[in-house]
Design a protein around this ligand. Structure first.
Ligand SMILES: [Zn+2]
Length: 371
């Protein structure tokens, strides 16, 4: 059973949402960053997956994909630390998550304690040592109290997801994870990629690696869909993309879908614009213990109706922020299939060495069928 105080998701938190408002930062669950940290030592060294291969309660489907196999082989060749790779645990339903939580056991609390210890209560910032998987070098990561999260007992925690900025590339946890993960999903310099953002630090970092990258923002300056404004920013409406069918190998949508009332139409548009076999990498605010989405607002007769107190997330184009219509629950996996994807799952990550921390952090991956 998952204790609510332990499992509250803080998978949410778009960049400036002060703390994704209500969601308290849960403890770090995620996947041990190196075999020695695994919850059950008996599982170490069993083949490819030193942590979860062939183990876990039935139903737990946490496992490694081909990129990780490569990483292990490479590590064997080079003597490098296997932890260079971004270890993830693939979990596709609430039942599987429950099993995964049980599997992690004491590691969950241990992660939480580790995170809590990184920034003393009387300090405003700290440098955390680790290895940047983007820069591929050891680095210091800035942890401070911007977008911090208030806990029920009055204490506060840093927003690990939005902070831990690498001293070299300047990218925070979720951005570094996205770049590493995209690489492990076998994106190459030839990949055709669309990101539903263009004015972010992450977009610039993606552009440096992937020349065939298209980005857009939801402009409100009169620019027509598919066109760019004077600043070179492209306008797209997520529910009516201007791209031809099958235009992209990957589509990246990070903390955007919660702002689109008709998100199912947006998902169907993403499916349409992916080639067969193409992948969506998605993050959304997530109610990790909920099967159904937590609806916060809806549109009725063209008007916004608030169901819960309005929650605004940072919007680079609007100081007032963007209204969050919902926190997603595990129904998202079924929604993705209903929208036309062949499969979908959450891929959890947590790594002390890679300075990728902050409760239950994950990327959702949905794959379009081959034909
Ligand atoms: Zn870096």
């Amino acid at each position: 059973m998952i204790r609510r105080d332990q499992a509250s998701a803080s998978a949410s938190a778009s960049s400036s949402s002060s703390a994704a408002a209500a969601s308290a930062l849960g403890p770090c669950g995620g996947f041990p960053e190196r075999p020695g940290d695994v919850a059950n030592p008996a599982l170490i060294g069993r083949g490819i997956c030193a942590t979860l291969a062939g183990c876990g309660p039935s139903g737990a489907r946490a496992r490694h994909g081909p990129p990780r196999r490569r990483a292990v082989r490479n590590a064997a060749r080079t003597g490098a630390d296997v932890a260079e790779g971004l270890w993830t645990a693939k979990v596709a339903s609430l039942a599987e998550f429950s099993a995964y939580f049980d599997h992690l056991g004491g590691a969950v609390q241990a992660r939480f304690e580790h995170e809590k210890g990184l920034l003393a209560p009387d300090l405003v910032s700290a440098q955390v040592a680790g290895h940047c998987g983007v820069c591929r070098r050891d680095s210091q990561f800035l942890l401070d109290r911007y977008f911090g999260i208030e806990l029920a007992d009055g204490t506060s925690l840093p927003n690990f997801r939005e902070r831990l900025e690498c001293g070299f590339c300047g990218l925070n946890t979720r951005m570094r994870a996205a770049l590493q993960f995209l690489e492990e999903q076998e994106a190459t310099a030839e990949s055709r990629i669309y990101a539903t953002e263009q004015m972010s630090k992450l977009f610039a970092a993606l552009q440096a690696r992937y020349p065939d990258l298209t980005g857009s923002e939801y402009l409100r300056d009169g620019t027509a869909p598919g066109r760019t404004n004077a600043a070179g920013i492209r306008h797209e409406d997520g529910t009516a993309l201007t791209f031809a069918d099958g235009s992209f190998d990957y589509i990246l949508s990070f903390d955007v879908l919660e702002h689109i009332p008709d998100y199912m139409t947006a998902l169907r548009e993403i499916v349409r614009c992916l080639r067969p076999g193409g992948k969506l990498l998605l993050t959304v605010p997530f109610a990790i213990e909920e099967q159904a989405h937590v609806e916060r607002a809806r549109i009725e007769n063209g008007e916004i109706v608030h169901i819960l107190p309005p929650e605004y997330h940072g919007d680079i184009l609007d100081d007032g922020g963007a209204l969050c219509f919902r926190h997603f629950g595990w129904d998202i996996c079924e929604d993705l299939v209903a929208a036309g994807f062949a499969s979908s799952a959450l891929h959890f990550y947590w790594s002390k060495r890679l300075a990728l921390m902050g409760g239950w952090q994950f990327l959702i991956v949905a794959v379009k069928g081959a034909a």
